[in-house]
Design a binder for this molecule. Sequence first.
Ligand SMILES: [Zn+2]
Length: 460
Amino acid sequence: MQFDLVINNATLVEPSSDLLTLANIGIKDEKVAVVTRGELEGQKVIDADLKVVCPGFIDIHSHVDNYQYGGMLYAMQGITTTVGGNCGLSPVGPKQFFQEMSETGFPINQGQLVGHSFSMRTEAGLTDVYAPASADQIEAMTRRLEKGLEEGALGLSLGLEYAPGSSFEEIRELSKIAALYNKPVAIHTRYDSWRGLEAIHEVIRLARETGASIQVAHLAYMVGMGMMTEALNMIADARREGLDITADSGLYSAFATFIGSAVFDPGCLEKWGIDYSDFYVSTGPFAGRQCDQPLFEKLRQDEPDTVIVAFAGRDSEVLEALSAYFVMVSTDGCVGSPEPGSGHPQDSGTYPRFFRLMVRETGILTLLQAVKKCTLLPAQRLGLTDKGHLRPGADADLVIFDLKEIRDNSDYPGLGKPDAPPSGIDYVIVNGAPVVEKGVFVRDSKPGKPVTLPNKIWEL
Ligand SMILES: [Zn+2]
């Protein structure tokens, strides 16, 4: 049999069978066709030279949302699938989103969530983020959510810190719909830092009262300010109770978001114990500038969509978050679609940084554990059965990297290049087609596909 693509001499890391072994892989019709020690013939042959070959990384939390430059940065850090529409922000409905994606093409696969706090609330006529929705507005939002899920969305996203007026009833009614469709609810929780645990308590109550599966978003950015141990304990206890709660985290302790949002309401400096000089501008004409009070106030007033990076968290709590067995890796990247040269180092460095820090340099995780957190765990959370593993029949999304060489080269705006590509990733294959070859992005390669799921609703 002649394969479309053969990868020889792989150190295969197969997370669904806990396997780390030497193998050759045959790919045909965009799928993994065979994994063997026997010889294979292919139209195209890659010699992995005993480097790591594993499923492509699945980023469960991003804001790439069809942004082409972001798609390239993501491909170069080994991501083959990313999920947008997070934090309650999904600019267009899934149908329109996937239509735009197929018209322009995209380097990697994308799934979408239906966003509540920015998107559905605005559509329902709510202009005040501090106001709760009326009964009619809740009803309108549940219909909008049902439509989005019918159009192929992978779940619901809430960004409660951005819409502090959201009532518990409002998010309970929406989460019940997600549970009915058996799709997860991704939550940027209501409070960070000192009130972060109160917000985790709300998440647990939501799971208990609705039966929804919940993904707590970017843990390091919510509770990595001294509250991580207790937050992880609370989630672990809830899981022991039988609630389906998992979480994700990036590799950085300084988060990036819109300067005009409620996150930066008065009192935030005192809450985080930092100063204006701990903010760096991430996007727009002032990108790279360290803030002072006048610049902060000017941008918050005049350019509220400017993204800034806030040094509010602790590095040690990032590693702590990612050590927990129910926490997977995510980027939270490309907030505000940053132009080349701007952004946050997570946009290009998250996954290489994870393998460098947590496997090679500290040994906190084994290679197999680390691969699982980037592949199988997010696939299971999203209900994707053809991704996250490399058994025959899997989608041919995979990455080839050198564990001795893999590293992030990006740094925070003002301190380095936020979008510097990583080192040590040789090949990234999406649906059987290389998007990165010998460490270089393949220009105009757009094999990415929409990631949707059929709906399985209990007929009563
Ligand atoms: Zn968020």
